[in-house]
Design a protein around this ligand. Structure first.
Ligand code: F6P
Length: 545
């Protein structure tokens, strides 16, 4: 099949139609859209898999959506989706298949990579993880001194950290409170020191999570962890086997580090780091919530995969969300998207999405190797509501930037306390309404506001948002939500003709850091950088001394 983009995006008829559409309705106010059509909310909502996506507070009409769907057709989106699910090597710059969807495929599914069905391997690792987690959670897995494990420290960074941290926080309600979980990612020694300050080495298990097992931060933290453990347990290196497990694609490096490969949980090069939280990288998640809940999480992912693959674009949650993003980024010149979960358990969800979205689509070269002539990934950011309301929402309501928002809300709290949930939900609903409708000069004046204050108290409105409303946060729902954003990112990448699965942009800084390390450690090695970089190195040397 041909997935390579044949035509320059901006020359397509679909793109030109959208440009015309923007000229027609780009300035039209959401107040008018709603006033003209009593059934607007119904028309621009999709309910699927227990999620309601209300996208009616977007600056669109039926024609806009038709034209956006036509853009998806022009981009051969359907064929691209099939190519991904079928294991074609769509990550062309790394010559790899992209098969995070196989990680949550049911046991009887068949997903071929290089002539081999990978699903049995996926389930074999899941079974090994299950057995290990049952041993640790039941106390049967003993540390060096015969004590059971009470603390789990995941060491990893990027995709080997953000997913596990986010999932641990999101599913804390379902987690074992007998075990303490810590996450160490930063090469700043403070991260390790604070994470382990109150832990007993005899009761601590380290999960070293790294796809490559070469990442500077993770390997440095893992070596420090080994020293910390051995210092605490009398120096016998046989303790490593009982207190360290590894999650990686690189058995050789795991062995070199000194971790028994029996204590290794593998995954594969067709799983991208930022798409790996439902692979063995989820070991700490499974330890926290237990194998049953972990399988529910995977089932949720899989349901969204199925929805994405089989549902017509008009009813397809990730497709609609992605096309709206394209609409704002490329036609309204929106630079950022705020993701605002109204659930404290999702406090790390925006940070997780930052890697997923921006490492995937923060690119300016097309698959064909050309410089793009349009903007690509917006900057994703956010905080849980209602905290954000008392901080940066001022800018979203009255600032000069157009910031489309994704509100995520749950009808039922996992911690129902008095009237908290009604207040929380009233706030999220009110924010969407305020952003869309605003408050006119006339309305402000009618309240008897002093004339000099009127301009300050006007809200122009017409600020777009999606609201995703769900019954309650469960492992399955979390899987659906994450998969929805994964596929949203995929669709954006298809439209923008990008390789969403490489990350060459992180390489240069890593290489330069390797060069600078010995220069910082030497008092007088000659420096041949630009004058600013030289100055910073010299200043560090002086201050360090
Ligand atoms: O930051 C670049 C990156 O390669 C990410 O894509 C990845 O998630 C992270 O580093 C960690 O890599 P690894 O799991 O190989 O340690």
């Amino acid at each position: 099949m041909t997935t390579s983009p044949a035509t320059k995006l901006t020359s397509t008829a679909a793109w030109k139609d959208l440009t015309t559409q923007f000229e027609l309705i780009g300035k039209k106010h959401l107040r008018d859209f709603f006033a003209e059509d009593a059934s607007r909310a119904e028309k621009f909502s999709v309910e699927a898999l227990g999620l309601l996506l209300d996208y009616s507070k977007n600056r669109i009409d039926s024609e806009t959506m038709e034209r956006l769907f036509a853009l998806a057709e022009t981009a051969n989106l359907k064929q691209h989706i099939e190519a991904m699910f079928n294991g074609e090597k769509i990550n062309t710059t790394e010559d790899r298949a992209v098969l995070h969807t196989a990680l949550r495929a049911p046991q009887d599914a068949v997903v071929m990579v290089d002539g081999e069905n990978v699903v049995p391997d996926v389930h074999a690792v899941l079974d090994k993880m299950t057995e290990f987690c049952n041993q640790v959670r039941s106390g049967a897995w003993k540390g060096q001194t015969g004590k059971s494990i009470r603390n789990v420290v995941n060491i990893g960074i990027g995709g080997s950290d953000l997913g596990p941290v986010m999932a641990y926080e999101a599913l804390k309600h379902y987690s074992s409170r007998e075990l303490t979980f810590r996450y160490v990612s930063n090469v700043d020694g403070t991260d390790f020191a604070e994470a382990t300050i109150d832990l007993d080495p005899a009761e601590t298990l380290f999960v070293v999570s790294s796809k490559t097992f070469t990442t500077l931060e993770t390997m440095t933290n893992a070596r420090t962890a080994r020293q910390w453990l051995l210092a605490g347990l009398g120096g016998d290196s046989s303790a490593v086997a009982k207190h360290f497990v590894a999650v990686s694609t690189n058995a050789e490096k795991v062995k070199d580090f000194g971790i028994d490969t029996n204590n290794m949980f593998i995954f594969w090069d067709w799983v991208g780091g930022r798409y790996s939280m439902d692979s063995a990288i989820g070991l700490s998640t499974m330890l926290a919530i237990g194998p049953g809940h972990f399988r529910d999480l995977l089932a949720g992912f899989h349901e969204m995969d199925h929805h994405f693959r089989t549902t017509p674009f008009e009813q397809n949650l990730p497709v609609i969300m992605a096309l709206l993003t394209v609409w704002y980024v490329n036609f309204f010149d929106a630079k950022t998207i705020a993701v605002l979960p109204y659930d404290q358990y999702l406090k790390r969800f925006p940070a997780y999405l930052q890697q997923l979205t921006m490492e995937s689509n923060g690119k300016s070269t097309t698959l064909a190797g050309d410089r793009v002539s349009y903007d690509t990934s917006p900057i994703y950011w956010g905080e849980p509501g209602t905290n954000g309301q008392h901080s940066f929402y001022q800018l979203i309501h009255q600032g000069t930037h157009l910031i489309p928002c994704d509100f995520i809300a749950f009808a039922n709290s996992l911690n129902p306390l008095g009237e908290h949930q009604d207040y929380l939900l009233a706030n999220v609903i009110a924010q969407g309404e305020a952003l869309a409708m605003g408050k006119t000069k006339e309305e402000v004046e009618a309240e008897g506001t002093n004339a000099d204050l009127v301009p300050h108290r006007v809200f122009e409105g017409n600020r777009p948002s999606n609201t995703i409303m769900i019954d309650r946060l469960t492992p399955s729902i979390l899987g659906k939500l994450i998969a929805m954003y994964e596929h949203n990112v995929f669709v954006q990448g298809v439209i923008w003709q990008l390789d969403s699965f490489d990350q060459w942009g992180v390489e240069l800084g890593k290489v330069l850091a390797q060069k600078i390390i010995p220069e910082l450690q030497s008092a007088d090695a000659e420096l041949a950088h630009d004058s600013s970089t030289n100055q910073l190195i010299k200043t560090y040397r002086k201050l360090k001394a």
